[in-house]
Write a protein that binds this ligand. Structure first.
Ligand code: LMR
Length: 336
């Protein structure tokens, strides 16, 4: 009898300690991205980590992998679907290969004038409609994070569409971006972000479009002679998670993470412009790259040349969606 109760007691202790050990195992979120830490997205990811870890008192651990340390673009989406990484924040220009080309609506040249235009779309109905397209792919869209407006770098001054002839320019994997470069007269080349610096350095490509914060933190300005302030498009991110993982989280934990994401989003979108302004200042101060400001007429010539991209992509993006964005942003194709 005594032996039996001793055995029961020992079994109970063992079960409790296994349970305790189990309870102590944190839920790990691997958050992979391709840019430097000192960028809007890099800082946003760290803010999310800090908020999650303090608010869940360590129940959740967010491992942030910047600079394509874990996966580079081109492979990270598939890794998310397979559950090898739980969270990403790819640029919306990278959803085409996933079969969600509608996200390329953000790439239409000159469709946004400023962050307000952009937020009307990301924080409204259209932003949510786009996220719904991810559901069938085992992905949930949590938030949109800003980087900023893209500028054009090269070793040749790019002022007019005629200057683009013969230029090979790196783009992300978006058909709209492909069409945009061709509309300007350049040859686009799709390439992973992690490979751009070397491609510019060795002359595999002549130039690239990107935000000042990305150009500066990747040191692209050290291997490019000119930066044209064209503001012809945006780099915008969709923060996405593996659906099975997210829906499998305990409801209270998921609630805390949703709150943390909301705050990290406000934080990121708040610092984005400042980060890009600072990067511009640093590049100018470096004396390594010459900044070109376009005249109003030059800018108009870029817009005119690129407008056909809007029409050319109506079938794949959806005419209705494009028209809805025009309404939100006040973009008038007939004004050109
Ligand atoms: C790029 O690939 O050019 C950028 O979108 C990278 C990033 O995530 O900002």
């Amino acid at each position: 009898m005594i032996l039996k109760s001793k055995l029961v007691f020992a079994a109970l202790v063992a079960a409790l300690s296994v349970g305790a050990a189990h309870a102590q195992q944190p839920i790990v979120i691997k958050f992979s991205h391709v840019v430097a830490e000192d960028t809007p997205k890099g800082k946003g990811a760290l803010k999310f980590k800090e908020l999650c870890e303090t608010r869940t008192k360590g129940r959740v651990k967010v491992e942030v992998y910047p600079n394509s340390q874990l996966f580079k673009d081109g492979e990270e989406m598939q890794m998310l679907q397979l559950g090898n990484v739980q969270m990403l924040a790819p640029s919306v220009s990278k959803f085409g290969p996933l079969g969600a080309r509608e996200f390329e609506v953000f790439d239409l040249p000159y469709i946004f004038d400023d962050a307000k235009d952009l937020h009307n779309v990301t924080q409204g109905k259209i932003g949510q409609q786009l996220f719904k397209k991810l559901d069938s792919k085992g992905i949930i869209g949590l938030a949109y994070w800003d980087n900023g407006f893209k500028q054009m770098s090269s070793n040749k001054p790019l002022r007019t569409p005629a200057d683009f002839r013969g230029q090979k320019l790196r783009i992300q994997s978006s058909k709209v971006l492909d069409g945009s470069m061709r509309a300007l007269g350049a040859t686009p080349q799709v390439m992973a972000f992690s490979e751009v610096y070397q491609a510019l350095q060795t002359g595999v490509v002549d130039g690239n479009e990107n935000t000042p914060s990305n150009i500066y933190t990747q040191k692209m300005h050290e291997v490019q002679k000119y930066l044209t302030m064209s503001n012809h498009g945006v780099v915008e991110y969709a923060v996405i998670v593996n659906k099975k993982f997210w829906e499998g989280l305990p409801a209270d934990v998921r609630g805390i993470l949703e709150g943390a994401m909301k705050e990290a989003t406000a934080f990121t979108n708040d610092i984005a412009q400042k980060q890009n302004d600072e990067a511009m200042e640093k590049m100018k101060a470096s004396g390594k790259i010459q900044v070109i400001t376009l005249t109003a007429d030059e800018k108009k010539a870029w817009k005119k040349a690129m407008l056909k991209v809007h029409r050319d992509n109506e079938a794949t993006i959806g005419k209705e969606m494009i028209q809805e964005i025009y309404k939100e942003t006040g973009f008038d194709p007939n004004s050109l």
